[in-house]
Design a protein around this ligand. Structure first.
Ligand SMILES: [Fe+2]
Length: 161
């Protein structure tokens, strides 16, 4: 990698891997919850994530590169952690509180990635790409906020017993 453009391409490929891994994990996480509102939020974000994957393909295409090519080790680790957590013996309420936290860890990683990528696009004058990634970033932030609301009202309280 010689320049910021190379770094951006590398990061886009990492994010493409992260989103596709997340997309595979999400149905299992949605299935693991007993909470209807949480399941709805997860299913809604699953649909958004399908579009986010397509958006990354469009951004890569606009930059003349392939979206495939990297494996995101961070998302792989987060999903491994979530998978292990789902195998734990926990009450449904505690499981839900944990699932929210696991989902937010995944969201926060994505939010960090998109924030950097958008800044790099702008620096490179790739304004259309920045705009597309900004749409995704807003969805990630909205999902994160929704998860916080569900935790605070009132999954955490139920888990406290
Ligand atoms: Fe995402």
């Amino acid at each position: 990698m010689d320049n910021l453009r190379d770094l951006l391409v590398h990061s886009l490929q990492d994010m493409y891997s992260a989103e596709t891994q997340a997309l595979r994990a999400m149905p299992l996480m949605a299935e693991a919850t007993q909470n209807a509102a949480l399941r709805r939020a997860m299913e809604q974000h699953m649909k958004e994530t399908e579009r986010q994957v397509q958006r990354l393909e469009q951004v890569a295409q606009a930059m003349g590169v392939q979206a495939q090519g990297e494996e995101c080790a961070a998302m792989k680790g987060l999903i491994e952690e979530a998978t292990k957590f789902m195998e734990e013996d926990a009450t449904p309420e505690v499981a839900d509180a944990g699932l929210i936290a696991m989902s937010q860890k995944m969201e926060h990683y994505e939010i960090a990635c998109y924030g950097s990528a958008i800044a790099w696009c702008r620096q490179l004058g790739e304004m259309e790409c920045a705009q597309m990634l900004e749409e995704t970033l807003l969805e990630e932030k909205a999902t994160d906020m929704k998860l916080t609301q569900l935790a605070e009202n009132r999954v955490n309280e139920q888990a406290a017993g």
